[in-house]
Design a protein around this ligand. Structure first.
Ligand SMILES: Cc1cc2nc3c(=O)[nH]c(=O)nc-3n(C[C@H](O)[C@H](O)[C@H](O)COP(=O)(O)O)c2cc1C
Length: 387
C-alpha cells in the first residue's frame, strides 16, 4: 500500500494539469480525469475515488486518455490507467480495514456516531443529502416550527485569532424560514432516498398544542428521533428557545406535550445559559424525554467596534445578543456534559454531545476519549466536513 501511494504521488506529479484536458476529452467512460489528477495533487484520494465512480473502468480499455496526454510531447504520457488501478486498489484496502463504528442511539441504529447538529447547514434537502453522501450517519435538521421567523441579515460574525480563520462564531439566526410543508417534504424525501441514515427532526412550538402537533408530523414523514429545541438564545418572541431551557416548568410542560404527539425517541436540547444543566436535563427525562442534546449556543456580544460601539453582526445600525459557538466553546460543553454524567439519575441517559467539535481527523481519538470519560454516544457538529 505504501509503495502504491508513492507511485501514485510521483506519477500524478508528472501531470501537466492541462486546461481543457485532452485525457478527459478522450475518455470513453466520461471520467473527468483532470479532476482525478487535481484531487490527487491535493492528497484528496477519497475525492479522486469519487470521480471514478463504482464501475469497472480502465479494464479492457485501450487507454485513449494516455494517447492524448500532452506529457508525451516531453517524455512519456502520464500512466493514467496505472494510477486509476492503484487508487481503486488502495481504496478497497482502506474499506476492508475500516472499523465498524456503528452504534445504537436511543434504540436507533446509526452507521457511525457522527451527526450534523441542527443549523443552517442542514436546512434543506440538498444540504442534508450532501452530508449523507459525505459519510455523516445522520443529521439534526434545522429547527422546524409552525411560524416563520423574521430573519435579520447579515446574521453571522466570526471571532478571529492570529492566522486562525475563526475560534468563535456568533449567530443571530432563529429557526427555519421554510414553511412547515416545505420542511416536511424535505424530510420525507430524505428518508425515501437515504433509508439507512438517521433523521433527527428538531422542533420548536409556541404552546403545548404546537409541540404535540410538530412531534406528530415529524413522525408521520419518517423522522427517527425528535429533538426539542429548548435552547436557541436569540429567539425574538417570548417563551421560546432558551426561555424554555431556563425554566423547569416550561421544560416539563413542553416535553410532555411533545411526548403526547409521538412514540419516537425524544431528545431535549439544553441551553448553556444556565448554571446547572443537570436540573434541566433531569426534568426533561422525568417528563418523557429519552436523551439529551448539549450544548446549544452561548449568549454573547462580540467584535465591538470601538468607534460606533456596535457589535457584530450589525444590521441597519442595530446589533443584538446572539449565540456563540465554535472551537472556543468546547471546554464549556465538556463541563456541562461532565456535570450531567456525574448525576446518578443521568448516568445512563444517552447524550448527543456538541459544541466546538471541528477536526474530522480527530474524530476517532476524540470519540474514544469522550466515550470513555463521559460515555457520550453521539458527537454532532455543524460543519461541512468529509468523514
Ligand atoms: C448558524 C447557526 C444556526 C443554528 N441553528 C440551530 C437551530 O436551528 N436549532 C438548534 O437546536 N441549534 C442551532 N444551532 C446550534 C448548533 O446546533 C450547536 O448546538 C452549536 O452551534 C454548538 O455547536 P458548534 O460549536 O459545533 O457550532 C445553530 C448554530 C449556528 C452556528
Amino acid at each position: 500500500m505504501r509503495y502504491e501511494a508513492i507511485r501514485i504521488k510521483s506519477e500524478v506529479g508528472r501531470c501537466l494539469l492541462c486546461h481543457e484536458a485532452p485525457c478527459t476529452k478522450a475518455c470513453p467512460h466520461g471520467i473527468r480525469i483532470e479532476r482525478v489528477m487535481r484531487a490527487l495533487r491535493f492528497e484528496n484520494n477519497l475525492g479522486a475515488t469519487r470521480q471514478l465512480g463504482s464501475g469497472n473502468i480502465c479494464v479492457d480499455c485501450e487507454a485513449p486518455c494516455m494517447a492524448a496526454c500532452n506529457r508525451k510531447n516531453l517524455d512519456r504520457p502520464v500512466e493514467i490507467t496505472r494510477i486509476v488501478k492503484d487508487i481503486k486498489n488502495s481504496h478497497m484496502k482502506i474499506q476492508e480495514k475500516r472499523p465498524d463504528l456503528s452504534i445504537d442511539f436511543c434504540g436507533v441504529h446509526c452507521e457511525n456516531p457522527f451527526f450534523l447538529s441542527s443549523s443552517v447547514v442542514g436546512s434543506n434537502y440538498e444540504m442534508v443529502a450532501k452530508a449523507f453522501d459525505m459519510g455523516w450517519a445522520g443529521a439534526a435538521f434545522k429547527t422546524i416550527g409552525l411560524f416563520l421567523p423574521d430573519e435579520a441579515s447579515p446574521r453571522f460574525a466570526a471571532m478571529e485569532k492570529e492566522s486562525t480563520p475563526f475560534v468563535g462564531f456568533k449567530n443571530i439566526e432563529q429557526i427555519s424560514d421554510h414553511t412547515l410543508e416545505e420542511n416536511l417534504e424535505y424530510l420525507k424525501q430524505l428518508k425515501i432516498d437515504y433509508p439507512s441514515k438517521v433523521i433527527i427532526a428538531s422542533i420548536m412550538g409556541q404552546n403545548e398544542e404546537e409541540w404535540a402537533i410538530l412531534a406528530q408530523k415529524m413522525e408521520e414523514v419518517g423522522a427517527d428521533i425528535i429533538e426539542c429545541n429548548f435552547s436557541c438564545p436569540q429567539m425574538v418572541g417570548d417563551g421560546l428557545g432558551s426561555d424554555v431551557g431556563t425554566n423547569l416548568e416550561l421544560v416539563q410542560k413542553y416535553t410532555k406535550a411533545a411526548r403526547r404527539g409521538t412514540t419516537l425517541p425524544i431528545l431535549a436540547k439544553m441551553t448553556p445559559n444556565i448554571t446547572k444543566m443537570e436540573d434541566t436535563a433531569r426534568t426533561a427525562i422525568q417528563a418523557g424525554a429519552d436523551g439529551i442534546a448539549a450544548i446549544n449556543t452561548i449568549k454573547s456580544i462580540m467584535n465591538v467596534n470601538l468607534n460606533s460601539f456596535k457589535s457584530e453582526p450589525e444590521v441597519t445600525g442595530k446589533s443584538a445578543v446572539g449565540g456563540y459557538s465554535g472551537k472556543a466553546v468546547k471546554p464549556i460543553a465538556l463541563r456541562f456534559i461532565h456535570d450531567m454524567k456525574k448525576q446518578e439519575a443521568l448516568e445512563n441517559i444517552p447524550i448527543s454531545g456538541m459544541g466546538g467539535l471541528r477536526h474530522g481527523t480527530m474524530r476517532r481519538s476524540l470519540l474514544q476519549w469522550a466515550a470513555k470519560r463521559f460515555r457520550l454516544q453521539l458527537l454532532s457538529c455543524n460543519m461541512d466536513t468529509e468523514l
